[in-house]
Design a protein around this ligand. Structure first.
Ligand code: UCC
Ligand code: FAD
Length: 583
């Protein structure tokens, strides 16, 4: 009898207001900087058309597949019903579909077809950048696949069949690769940490025995991995000189493993879409693909590619977050007006936009340099810059992505924290970007390695390039404050490096992270200025450059003045950190 009043009550409890959610629309059309960059450097209609179409496919098909991968994470079936060990990694259909789409779209292939000559990597990475935030982390196997193809190509390995599969556009033929470097003793310190041994077989192949502690996308068809070759007495050479690089097929066509036991799948904070496993190698048949003892140097080609992908995915995440925040600000009304009409909110979004733009331009510059290297159009300066900036970009954008994504979540208020909006997974996934493929500190030390190994030529290339870009902007009065602060920072950096060269080597090591940040901020500033002086640039490009250059561009100089790189600071840092435990 009181059904009517129930309806009223339930309506009054639920309320009539429902917030419109942020909508994903074509990420290519929404990306003014990407379009401007391509218009400036690669104004090819075919490229624009392909990205426009691909952007639409991301909205209508790919984004929901990526989400399904998050909701249906991989499982490990270790035994069959009859007790046989099977070690089957079961992934969802959406994961397989993303593999097929990756092949169809030539996400790896286009890097090797080189249709656009030295701009081929820019084209390929533009697609990866659009794809990444919707891809359910399928970019991870793609990164390693591209890295493996790069190793095969650069070392001229006689494994054409594998190369063809890794770079195939045919979804049935397409293979992915793993990258197994980390063992329990060390993921950074690979040369001490690798205990896997490789025993030579009579047919010239090797069998590998060891334990790989982190292996992502373990459903990969092949893998590159490191091991120590035993001599006739079963002994191995310690350190980096004892490591060699191997290529192995992981599963055969029936899904049986090649001497690999999957110990367990990792239970991770994020990257849940991705099967990451601990593997026992118990006689995995493998082919030696480097000179004996040149394993680390040989896998470095793979690291270059995977670190560039890391950067591309970091910037992709930042751009997706800013796009969604912008969209939401036009729908969410608070205190009587839309978020977009609250200047403080827009100032917050504008800061995220500046970070994203700076990161984007650095990412594109690294991709451009990679494309030049692969098309033999690289100058010596380009080669040095590629070596340095690959590392600098990975370490800096990994950290930026986490900050931008975190701040972006706040822009949705409480909804940013709610699982089924899909936003929290962006934060979880951003956290890994500064850990895998080399942590921030380890990569900062790699920056030092690249400088030392080139006897400073890498730094020389950096200074020359920044100066050239600033010189070209010299006549712009609007940009003068940015140019001037970049020049001051550059001189300070030069003085710091000259003085550090006379200090004990520990000083430079202590300064490595701040030095890397300084290189990143100065270079990003120079790129923003360079973009802003382009004849078709907008006044917002000038504004972005000015805003970027207002921050401390050279923390290594400001921190040095506090004495934080001298030996006394080491002792004090130690006391501070272990304050409680030293009592
Ligand atoms: O984390 C991983 C996969 C995650 C999933 C994939 C995600 C892809 C992104 C997708 C985003 C969604 S795989 C594990 C990654 N692991 C690392 O990155 C290791 C971090 N540790 C380092 O980078 C260390 O610095 C080591 C391992 C490279 C240090 O090894 P060594 O043997 O102690 O170092 P050495 O002796 O300094 O270097 C040995 C040789 C040298 O060459 P030669 O012998 O000719 O003098 C170095 O110059 O290797 C060369 N080398 C390099 N060359 C070392 N690093 C590099 C480099 N970065 N570029 C060029
Ligand atoms: P450690 O080396 O023990 O580092 C601990 C801390 O010490 C870090 O903060 C580091 O910055 C710092 N540190 C280390 N050395 C120095 C130094 N010299 N100076 C100053 N600070 C230092 N690995 C693979 O090989 N293949 C994979 O597919 C793979 N997938 C992964 C997937 C996920 C989700 C994760 C989280 C990791 C994966 N890894 C993979 C492993 C990853 O590459 C390593 O975890 C990473 O390189 C760090 O190594 P570690 O864990 O041994 O840390």
């Amino acid at each position: 009898p009181n059904g009517h009043s129930h309806a009223l009550v339930s309506r009054s409890v639920i309320g009539a207001f429902f917030q419109e959610p942020p909508l994903l629309t074509n990420p290519f059309t929404q990306d003014a900087l990407l379009r401007a960059y391509l218009q400036r450097h690669l104004p090819v209609q075919e490229v624009e058309g392909d990205l426009l179409r691909f952007g639409e496919r991301i909205v209508t098909e790919i984004d929901s597949l990526g989400r399904q991968c998050e909701l249906n994470p991989p499982r490990l079936q270790q035994y069959d019903a009859w007790g046989r060990r099977v070690d089957r990694i079961i992934t969802c259909d959406a994961w397989t579909r993303l593999k097929h789409i990756s092949a169809q779209e030539g996400l790896v292939a286009s890097g090797y077809e080189r249709t656009y000559g030295e701009w081929s990597r820019v084209y390929q990475m533009s697609k990866i950048y659009l794809f990444a935030p919707s891809s359910g982390l399928y970019t991870c196997p793609l990164a390693m696949t591209d890295g493996a193809a790069k190793v095969i190509e650069s070392l001229g390995l006689p494994v054409t069949d594998v190369f063809v599969r890794l770079t195939s556009r045919d979804e049935q033929e397409f293979w992915t690769s793993g990258q197994w470097m980390t063992e329990r003793r060390g993921g950074s310190d690979v040369s001490t940490g690798t205990e896997t041994v490789a025993r030579r077989q009579q047919d010239g192949c090797f069998k590998l025995y060891g334990f790989k502690w982190f292996t992502s996308a373990t459903d990969a068809d092949v893998t590159l991995t490191l091991g120590r070759i035993t001599d006739v007495h079963g002994r191995t050479t310690p350190g980096s000189r004892g490591l060699s690089l191997f290529l192995a097929q992981v599963w055969d066509s029936h899904g049986s493993s090649n001497g690999v036991e999957v110990q367990r799948l990792k239970d991770k904070l994020g990257t849940r879409q991705l099967p990451t496993a601990e593997l026992l190698l118990d006689g995995m048949k493998a082919q030696l693909v480097s000179e004996e003892g040149r394993g680390v140097a040989s896998i470095a080609n793979m690291l270059t590619i995977t670190r560039i992908y890391n950067t591309v995915c970091a910037v992709g995440a930042m751009r997706r977050m800013t796009q969604l925040c912008r969209e939401y600000s036009c729908k969410r009304s608070v205190f009587g007006k839309l978020l977009k009409d609250h200047p403080l909110h827009i100032q917050t979004l504008s800061r995220l936009e500046v970070e994203t733009r700076a990161a984007f331009l650095l990412m594109m510059e690294v991709c451009r340099l990679l494309g030049r290297e692969e098309n033999q159009t690289c100058t010596e300066k380009d080669t040095h810059l590629l070596r340095l900036l690959t590392t600098v970009a990975k370490l800096y954008t990994g950290k930026q992505a986490l900050c931008v994504v975190s701040e972006g979540l706040e822009a949705f208020g409480g909804q940013g924290y709610i699982e089924d909006t899909g936003h929290p997974s962006m934060l979880r996934d951003a956290q890994v970007l500064s850990i895998w493929e080399g942590t921030t500190n380890v990569l900062s030390l790699d920056v030092l390695r690249s400088i030392e190994k080139s006897s400073g030529s890498v730094l020389q290339a950096f200074f020359t390039d920044v100066k050239e870009r600033l010189l070209a902007a010299g006549s712009s009065s609007a940009l003068r404050p940015a140019v001037s602060s970049l020049q001051t920072s550059l001189s300070g950096l030069m003085r710091f490096i000259q003085s550090a060269a006379t200090q004990p080597s520990g000083c430079l090591e202590l300064a490595a992270r701040d030095l890397s940040y300084s290189l990143a901020r100065i270079y990003m500033g120079a790129l923003l200025v360079d973009h802003a002086v382009w004849e078709n640039a907008k006044h917002t490009d000038v504004y972005a450059a000015l805003r970027w250059c207002e921050q401390d561009l050279c923390p290594v100089v400001s921190r040095d003045s506090t004495g934080c790189y001298d030996q006394h600071a080491v002792a004090m840092d130690t006391e501070l950190v272990y304050d409680a435990s030293l009592n």
